[in-house]
Write a protein that binds this ligand. Sequence first.
Ligand code: ADP
Length: 266
Amino acid sequence: MNKGEGEDGDAWRIGLDLGSTAAKAVLVDAGGRVADRAIDRSRGEPAAIADKLVNELSARNNVRTGRIVATGYGRSMAGSAARTVTEISCHALGLHSQHPDAATVLDIGGQDAKAIRLGPGGSVEDFAMNDRCAAGTGSFLEMAARRFSLEVGELSAFCGGTPVDGGGGERIEISSTCVVFAESELVGLAARGVAPVSALRAVHRAIAKRVLLLLRQVNAAEPLYFTGGVAANATLAAAIAAETGMGVRIAKHPQFTGALGAALFA
Ligand code: ADP
């Protein structure tokens, strides 16, 4: 007999975050504790990926699937979900459950960035979102990584964990607020002989400038927690801290915060 059967069949719940770049799933037990996580790339078929992640978590943990709640860009496509909840609400609740002291959430994913000021119990007091312009999101970093033949996960170490260039030389700035023009700027910098590390540090500082505008829109307060796949980039966290003057804490398992929130809504 599977765990959950014969007792309360809905005791195990799954939250799905069907993002534009990655699909994430979190399994929680009856007490709301995280039992397991699963992730896959989004390949344009949210329904199929949702089923795959649910089956993977159910099989690996030998549990019958209970209630499922979906969030994220592709949430309406998850046929197995009983309900959908917005990403803003899911990030707020998921983050609060892990870090009850949090005042603000900054979520940066592949195609968008959000700032959420939290109210009591993980409620949403205010939020701002950038989903029109790639310049403040993971896709900007992906473009920059490709240009220098790096993986996006290698960027931070390549920058030595700091967005600050050593003293002496010219301070490089990326001024374009559009990824297409920013890429041309990178080409121009390379042609001038600017070192890749200097250009990439400038990319991180440029993203931090966009993030500052987003945080200002919600009157961001500390403690500020960073979530989303891009939160794995320590150089960007340092750039945001320098630009905003705020402490930037990385959430636990930052890419799964939205899926955790969805599981808790279930
Ligand atoms: P979405 O929900 O929009 O699909 P995610 O929050 O899952 O986005 O984040 C996906 C983004 O995270 C991608 O743009 C990817 O480049 C970035 N990312 C994933 N792993 C890393 C890493 N180790 N370092 C830096 N960025 C990463």
